[in-house]
Ligand binder design. Structure first.
Ligand code: C5P
Length: 221
């Protein structure tokens, strides 16, 4: 188990983060949230007044912020130049801008370096969009989580409730738009790896998904 690498990909609202954290905690593995890294660099671009739709400006700045991810599944944190941005990276402004920033090849190259360095020793669950296809093609186990857009929107609204007033329909539209951008970009689009196991979580509880992933890991580890 010390060298195992578990890649969990899929769109948001499929239970990817909750599943990845629970699997890592149960198996005593580290956990890396690559979406949080793309959000962190996006937060930095917005904070520094960089136009996120100007790909050249984003590319020029891609190596400026120092991004450090904590890998404890019970308390994942992320800092930018020493500031904890775990809260600010979840705002609507960052969520709306992140697909544009993460489509820039220079940003991806930088993030992939950080992700491969974190996974080099193994013993980790890495969640994202392109982990099984591009970042860690030799991962021990690859999972691709899916769920219906309705189920995903309902889960995201549940998470946002109390933080922001957003309707279910607006949440659904935003999810579908972000998926289209993430799957349609040129560099390393969101995709299921040929050797990934697809798990449709629409009708499953979190416990069932976690159990299913742990069984797959134990078979291969
Ligand atoms: O997982 P989360 O919803 O926090 O990811 C935020 C965004 O980061 C995604 O919509 C996508 O644009 C980008 N991302 C990516 N590649 C990854 C993980 C996330 O492009 N491996």
């Amino acid at each position: 188990m010390e060298t195992v690498v578990v890649a969990i990909d899929g769109p948001s609202g499929t239970g990817k983060s909750s599943t990845s954290r629970a699997v890592a905690a149960k198996l005593g593995l580290r956990y890396l949230d690559t979406g949080a890294q793309y959000r962190a660099i996006t937060w930095w671009m917005l904070d520094n007044g960089i136009d996120v739709d100007d790909a050249e400006a984003v590319a020029d700045a891609a190596r400026k912020p120092g991004i450090v991810s904590g890998t404890d599944p019970s308390a994942p944190t992320i800092t930018v130049d020493g500031t904890d941005v775990s809260g600010p990276i979840r705002t609507r402004q960052v969520t709306s801008a992140v697909s544009a920033v993460s489509a820039v090849p220079e940003v991806r190259a930088r993030m992939v370096e950080l992700q491969r360095a974190a996974a080099a020793e193994g013993g980790i669950v890495v969640e994202g969009r392109d982990i099984g296809t591009t970042v860690l093609p030799d991962a021990t186990v690859k999972i691709f989580l899916t769920a219906s857009p309705e189920a995903r929107a309902a889960r995201r609204s549940g998470e946002l409730r109390g933080k922001e007033a957003v309707s279910l329909e607006a949440t659904r539209e935003a999810l579908v738009k972000r998926d289209a951008a993430d799957s349609g970009r040129k560099t390393s689009p969101m995709a299921k790896a040929d050797d990934a196991v697809e798990v449709d979580t629409t009708e499953l509880t979190l416990e069932q998904v976690v159990e299913c992933v742990i069984t797959l890991v134990e078979e291969k580890a």
